[in-house]
Ligand binder design. Sequence first.
Ligand code: NAD
Length: 483
Amino acid sequence: MKHSFRHFIEGAAVESSDGARMALVNPVDETEYASAARGTAADVDRAVKAAHHQLKRGAWRSLTGAQRGLLLNKLADLVLRDTELLADMDAQAIGRSPMEPRMMDVPNAVANLRAAAGWANALEGRTIPTGGYMGMSTLSYTVREPVGVIGAIVPWNSPLMITTWKLAALLAAGCTVVIKPSEETPQSALHLAALCREAGFPDGVVNVVTGFGEVVGRALCEHPLVDKISFTGSPEAGREIQRNAGPLFKRVALELGGKSAQIVFDDASFDDAVRGCAMGIFVNQGQVCAAGSRILVQKGIAQRFAAALAEVARSVKVGDPSQPGVQMGPVAKKAQQERVNRYIRAGIQEGARLLAGGIGEPSRGYFVQPTIFAGASNAMTIAREEIFGPVGTVIEFDTDEQAVELANDSSYGLAATVWTANLNRAHKVAQALEVGAVGVNCWSPLDANLPWGGLKTSGIGREGGISGALAYTEEKVITLLLP
Ligand code: NAD
């Protein structure tokens, strides 16, 4: 029997106000394997009111930071207990091998919750010396208060992990939430909400409304009782969200896309750089915001490097990820498959050299080929626009200055890697890059203690670390007259 998912509002699974449902499709064989409630503005209203009630009058309001921390740690234990189930949910939803979420997404989710459990009791104010008031002394200090009800809008590429970036931090800060998971991947968010109940979070603190962005996401942006929208997704939807949340001056945090550069100097360890760059563009079928899709390589080694990357691309076994030996599953949805193939076509048409991959034979399932282009320029469409698929473009450079110039010549600014054995060069280049995170001879680790976010079209704000928790607080100043 097909599984049927419902919203999670005020601690209970509920259908949509109009009973509508949407299909969940398996990207491996294009069959409908489950359905989920297709939310309405009325469902959002109900969930927001539950979250608002907890914030203003519920048991949640009176919990101390230490008590919120205990609940977060309990939730982390439950996520750990359900590792297999959560990994299978996220894997099935986007056609990924469960091994990746088991090794990466779930442990990261647990780490996010545990780190936030610590921040919950450490969100301190400051005592600030001032000039006093009309000749009299004063004492001024600040307190950190929760921003309020959060609308958390999540994409499909790493559903559980991205949900916990938001959830862990906002709960640490004392906020409440309505989560809108991607229409492709609602399962793990719904299970997470049920685990919140099991952990002891009061009903109404964590709610999930499933459905489409234009309806559920939009209703969150326009609801007067939602204080902040925390969004991860595409720049197009980010723009729309800013427009809709703007009139009410809601706080908006946007984690958007990227066109990240991997810069390889000729003094780098060749094999390590090939391995690192291949992982940087092929992991999760390239459906990663920080995917290193522009591979900038110093002239002397560029041809050999591109050939080695192409060799890796050709060796990747694509197919049903549940089959032994398969390293790459399909992309998550038909629109994504068409998007990737459109960009591969553009690369060929604009004159980049196709070294590996290309457009595969039509088949059942949303499969695309791991693809490497060489001899490309930074002006080509494949170097400028986010593909969100396993397509890497090798571009040559001569000097350090050129490498930095090319890397920064992008409307995006999320992440970059620098591959070099020269420490001086590593620091100089890292500091000159216009991005939120730089990895030197590695990818910037997804660590719960590190802030994450981008510049330019890559977004506004930071998640992760104490910066992530502070982003869900407002700083209030209190001044006492000391006559
Ligand atoms: P998307 O923008 O299509 O959808 C993301 C979420 O927003 C979904 O839940 C969707 O239903 C909702 N949404 C869509 N339109 C909306 C609207 N008008 N109002 C409110 N909500 C709306 O993105 P996607 O295809 O799910 O994810 C891919 C994108 O996400 C890529 O651009 C990728 O780079 C980005 N991403 C960024 C990060 C990061 O940390 N910077 C992480 C993961 C993914």
